[in-house]
Design a protein around this ligand. Structure first.
Ligand code: MN
Length: 240
């Protein structure tokens, strides 16, 4: 492939990716999988979801000034940062210049986790309390014994988060149970609320015998043995 053909193919691929983003976005909303209503705008950018209640709706438990500052300033900042990082990663894909990829991946994790977790957080709260479904109650009993035991664990674990972070109740598919987790500094280094479909272990034990300190050689080799059936299946499960 000469340079011209390469550029043409890249442009088509780029257009395909952009179209793909739109489809994925509407698909996620249609299946009801998305944790929040907003997703992406027409331009493919993340947007700040509306607060699902008035700023003062959670008084006196959470005060109006805190909610306003938290949603309008802090959460909006995450959205802006995530859009910048996403754009910079796309630019690296286009140009082939990955010299700043470590920085932008960190930024994307920090702002992405911030955006997704806050979007979930606003909807996890409400002025009317709501009611635990039978299914949720069943999973709480199965996982923790009863609601009071869950409640104590969640409170203790979340109080004990070192520095900045989150307390998280999550569904763990492997055990078909709920687990309580702590996220210390949510940027280390994931976008919580995303679903991994392909992972590469780069702990030294994964490659040191054969590749010693040549991690890049190991990753090149790893790319040759990826089972795309498995990755495809994981994607299907995640989007359904
Ligand atoms: Mn926050």
């Amino acid at each position: 492939m000469n340079k011209r053909e390469f550029l043409k193919t890249s442009a088509l691929l780029g257009a395909g990716l952009a179209a793909g983003v739109t489809r994925i976005s509407s698909g996620a909303t249609a299946s009801g999988f998305s944790y929040f209503d907003t997703g992406l705008n027409q331009a493919g950018e993340y947007i700040l979801p509306m607060l699902p209640y008035a700023y003062n709706a959670l008084e006196p438990y959470i005060d109006e000034a805190t909610i306003k500052l938290h949603h309008d300033i802090h959460h909006a900042g995450y959205v802006k940062g995530l859009n910048t990082a996403t754009k910079k990663v796309a630019e690296a894909l286009d140009s082939g210049d990955y010299s700043l990829i470590k920085h932008w991946e960190r930024e994307m994790a920090f702002h992405g986790a911030g955006h997704f977790l806050h979007s979930l957080f606003w909807k996890n709260m409400g002025p009317n309390g709501g009611k635990r479904s039978e299914v949720l109650e069943k999973y709480i009993v199965k996982s923790f014994g009863n609601f009071d035991r869950f409640s104590a664990l969640f409170k203790q674990a979340t109080t004990a988060v070192e520095g900045s972070g989150w307390g998280i109740l999550a569904y763990q598919p492997e055990s078909d149970r709920l687990v309580v987790l702590q996220a210390e500094k949510h940027q280390n280094l994931t976008q919580w609320v995303t679903t991994p479909i392909l992972v590469c272990d780069v702990w030294e034990h994964a490659y040191y015998l054969k590749y010693q300190n040549k991690r890049a050689d190991y990753i090149t080799a790893f790319m040759q043995v990826i089972n795309w059936d498995s990755v495809s299946e994981n994607l299907s499960k995640a989007i359904n």
